[in-house]
Design a protein around this ligand. Structure first.
Ligand code: AMP
Ligand code: MG
Length: 323
């Protein structure tokens, strides 16, 4: 059942009492705590098994509140906030005094965004403050895109789950660092690089090691239980055969160019043609292949344009060496 006013009021109470609430956003479900309560924020890290040096995103109710949570809000920051909020864009700025170091992994910068989901926005309004929230999954695993995913993965470790239906975007926000000389994409996500560049009027840098801003981060992230192997689309049929001969239970994310090709895998998810639909479904597909008992998932990268950049980033990280 989708959350209504009484569930949202209950969730705000839980936040005020220092509890953890799973919240729907347009990207993925978040594991939220009062951003100003260091102890509550600490519980997020315990629950996820996430290293405390790994900063969280602070979710606020509107672009007008940005100055309450960050310092030195530049014209560029304001332009991006006005253009893309509410939406899947996170801005890294200098930390405002209301944000405890626990929420920023000890950094003097803070990541902030306004989520584009009616339930999350209503909760932020009712609660009145800001919530720090990473994705509502155990550290390193696949992000949840339904309330059911959260319940299955976190169970009683979360005090309250707000159901807002399946997430519309399905991959995390794009993170843009505005604390350096030039804006930099730290993580590709729901707002495309092309849209950011159009708004800014100049090209953006995407460092090869995007998102790895903190030491000791495992290369593997967004990963299902099954090992993920990335190959060129034309090699998929042969790879599947080899893997099956080696005794693997194989799942395939079948790219559109191979649709109609007979593939002898245990489980096949045909990847949608539209990148919007692919992003929306990606984490669910990985979960489904795990549930079907696959121990190996074979996939190809989409072209890295538009949402393809974020999808390829998540697939690469899912296929990264396991920590
Ligand atoms: P998530 O894992 O979805 O909660 O995303 C949080 C990510 O935001 C972290 O992994 C960091 O890469 C990034 N992030 C958050 N705060 C900061 C910050 N202050 N500076 C740089 N990156 C940050
Ligand atoms: Mg996450």
């Amino acid at each position: 059942m989708l959350a209504g006013t009484s569930e949202i009021e209950k969730a705000a109470e839980v936040l005020r009492a220092g509890g953890l609430v799973a919240i729907p956003t347009e990207t993925v479900y978040g594991l939220a705590a009062n951003a100003e309560d260091p102890q509550a924020v600490g519980r997020i890290f315990e629950t996820k098994g996430r290293p405390p040096s790994h900063p969280l995103i602070v979710h606020i109710g509107s672009a007008a509140q940005l100055g309450d949570w960050a310092e030195d809000v530049s014209a560029t920051a304001q332009l991006l906030a006005d253009r893309f909020w509410p939406g899947p864009l996170t801005l890294v700025l200098r930390r405002g005094r209301r944000v405890p170091l626990e929420a920023t992994g000890g950094l003097e910068t803070v990541a902030v965004r306004v989520p584009d989901h009616p339930v999350a926005l209503e909760l932020l309004k009712t609660f009145g403050g800001a919530v720090a929230a990473p994705s509502a999954n155990r550290f390193g695993s696949v992000s949840p895109t339904t309330a059911e995913h959260v319940r299955t993965e976190l169970g009683d470790d979360v005090d309250f789950v707000l159901d807002g239906g399946p997430c519309g975007v399905g991959v995390e926000s794009t993170i843009v660092d505005l604390t350096g000389e030039h804006p930099t994409i730290l993580r590709p996500g729901g707002v495309t690089r092309e849209d950011l560049e159009a708004a800014l009027g100049y090209p953006l840098a995407v460092p090869a090691t995007s998102e790895v801003r903190v030491p000791g981060q495992h290369p593997s992230h967004y990963a299902p239980r099954a090992r993920v192997v990335l190959v060129e689309p034309e090699k998929i049929p042969t790879e599947v055969e080899l893997a099956r001969d080696a005794g693997h239970r194989v799942g395939v994310l079948l790219p559109p160019v191979l649709s109609g090709t007979a593939i002898d895998a245990q489980a096949i998810v045909p990847v949608p043609d539209s990148l919007d639909a692919y992003a929306r479904g990606l984490f669910r597909y990985l979960r489904e292949l795990d549930e079907q008992g696959c121990d190996l998932i074979i996939a190809s990268l989409p072209a890295e344009q538009g949402l393809g950049l974020a999808i390829a980033n998540r697939l690469r990280r899912a296929a990264g060496p396991r920590g």
